[in-house]
Write a protein that binds this ligand. Structure first.
Ligand code: PMP
Length: 458
């Protein structure tokens, strides 16, 4: 067995030795759940860890192992697990029923909180996921403009409805504009008639499409920071330029702030002072419970007024359910400017520490992200697009997956694609623990990298 194979084997052996109960549960899950899981992002080989408890920033798995949670259900748990105020709010509401089939006060209380924070959101409506939020934002744009096409960015992820399952994996060809491609099984090819794809951080590519499809584009949608693609940030000039282009070509601008709202009291839009016409939200505004919302200019959103003749239709059994509202209000309330400053500072420390750790280990690597968001990349090149991330991953053998697994062995829970995020209960101590584990994992992986990805060695 080569040195790299031995390193891999040792990591896997350590993992299996400490997660027997998870293995057993995974075996049982496979009967009724295909492959034992129900979420693409949380599965990994040989089987994922089953969690039984979370408190603050720690998780406990079925075998009694403890982890510091740097995944936080993919950023939705900005206050970590079982935050006292959120838990109390949920308990109180649950004892008064979870949902009524009638409106309840919490709906406008949470909406008031959100609209007072996000300058581009004057009114909003709730959904049950970020996926539905972007679906409805896109529909709102079509209904309002009477135009059909949504222009998205290559590599952008906006959930899993049909219109977003286009170029989540970026186009690697060197064609001038990305070649649009449907990627999820079962999505009709016909969505390509209603979706166009431009390059992120490339205003020329956006303008070229706006010109060639003049009068047909309902909206441009982008994440201010591409989350799933690898925490790739938009230049401020790109976001400003999108606003100008949208105005010039008479189309709407949608920001997907499902993840980035956490970065600033007034969301990313407030931070850079670029106001979209519509915004998609989710994750943290539900305090850990399922949620999404789409909102924007009153001129657009008021068309959802149910009393209005020919108003826009939007329905959902659980939209604005009081249980989620209660948790969401407590979550947004607790995300004060001081709390945001606190997690953003810890995020910067984590990113800096990761880069130092790569350098100390003699391995080319970097960390992207902003504020409380981080992503580890195995590359010496600049990471400026989703395509850059895919390109380095193609050359990094199993390094990201082995890093994820070795971090689990060392008590650090992160997203298996390399994403980390900070929750408000964290302190410097947790960042130091994560960095210590990160350094140790890099040391373990160094011989593997030397053999399987020698271009990464300094
Ligand atoms: N937009 C962005 C930017 C996201 O990161 C995600 C989920 N990771 C979504 C939309 C979809 O949200 P949900 O998983 O709640 O459907």
């Amino acid at each position: 067995m080569s040195i790299a194979e031995t390193v891999k084997e040792q990591i896997l052996t350590r993992y299996v030795a400490r997660t027997g109960e998870s293995r057993e549960l995974d075996g049982r899950a496979k009967t009724s759940l295909p492959g034992g899981d129900t979420r693409w992002a949380t599965y990994h080989l040989p089987y994922p860890v089953y969690m039984v408890r979370g408190e603050g920033c720690t998780l406990t798995d079925a075998d009694g192992n403890h982890y510091i949670d740097f995944q936080n259900n993919y950023t939705s748990l900005v206050h970590g697990h079982a935050h006292p105020a959120i838990t109390t709010a949920i308990q109180w509401q649950a004892s008064n029923s979870a949902v009524y089939g009638a409106p309840a006060e919490g709906q406008f209380q949470l909406a008031d909180l959100i609209t007072s924070r996000l300058p581009g959101v004057e009114q909003l409506r709730y959904t049950n996921s970020g996926t539905e939020a972007t679906m409805m934002a896109m529909r709102a744009a079509r209904a309002f403009t009477g135009k059909q096409i949504i222009l998205k960015m290559d590599g952008g992820y906006h959930g899993s409805h049909d219109m977003t399952e286009v170029n989540i994996t970026p186009d690697l060809s060197d064609s001038k504009l990305p070649i649009p491609k449907v990627e999820a099984d079962g999505v009709p090819e016909s969505v390509l008639e209603a979706v166009a794809v431009a390059r992120f951080n490339d205003l020329d590519s956006v303008e070229e499409i706006l010109k060639s499809k003049r009068g047909q584009i309902a909206a441009i949608i982008t994440e201010p920071i591409m989350n799933t693609a690898g925490m790739v940030a938009a230049d401020e000039n790109f976001l400003r330029g999108l606003r100008e282009l949208a105005d010039r070509y008479d189309t709407l601008l949608i920001f997907d702030e499902v993840v980035t709202m956490r970065l600033h009291e007034h969301g990313y839009q407030g931070k850079v002072n670029v106001l979209p016409d519509l915004t998609a939200l989710g994750k943290l505004i539900g305090g850990g419970l399922p949620i999404g919302a789409f909102g924007g200019r009153k001129e657009i959103m008021s068309l959802y007024d149910p009393a209005r003749p020919n108003g826009f239709h939007h329905s959902g059994t659980f939209n604005g359910n009081p249980l989620t509202m209660a948790a969401g209000i407590a979550s947004v309330d607790a995300l004060t400017p001081q709390a945001i400053e606190h997690i953003n500072a810890l995020g910067a420390k984590l990113r800096d520490g990761m880069e130092e750790a790569f350098a100390e280990a003699g391995i080319h690597g970097c960390a992207t992200g902003e504020g409380s968001l981080a992503y580890a990349h195995w590359t010496k090149d600049k990471v400026a697009s989703a395509a850059d991330v895919v390109r380095w991953k193609q050359k990094a053998a199993e390094l990201p997956r082995l890093l994820h697994m070795e971090l689990l062995n060392l008590g650090i829970f992160s997203a298996n694609r390399g994403m980390f995020n900070i929750s408000t209960p964290m302190k410097e101590k947790e960042i130091n623990s994560a960095l210590e584990a990160f350094r140790a994992a890099l040391n373990t992986l160094k011989p593997y990298a030397a053999e399987k990805a020698p271009h990464l060695m300094m």
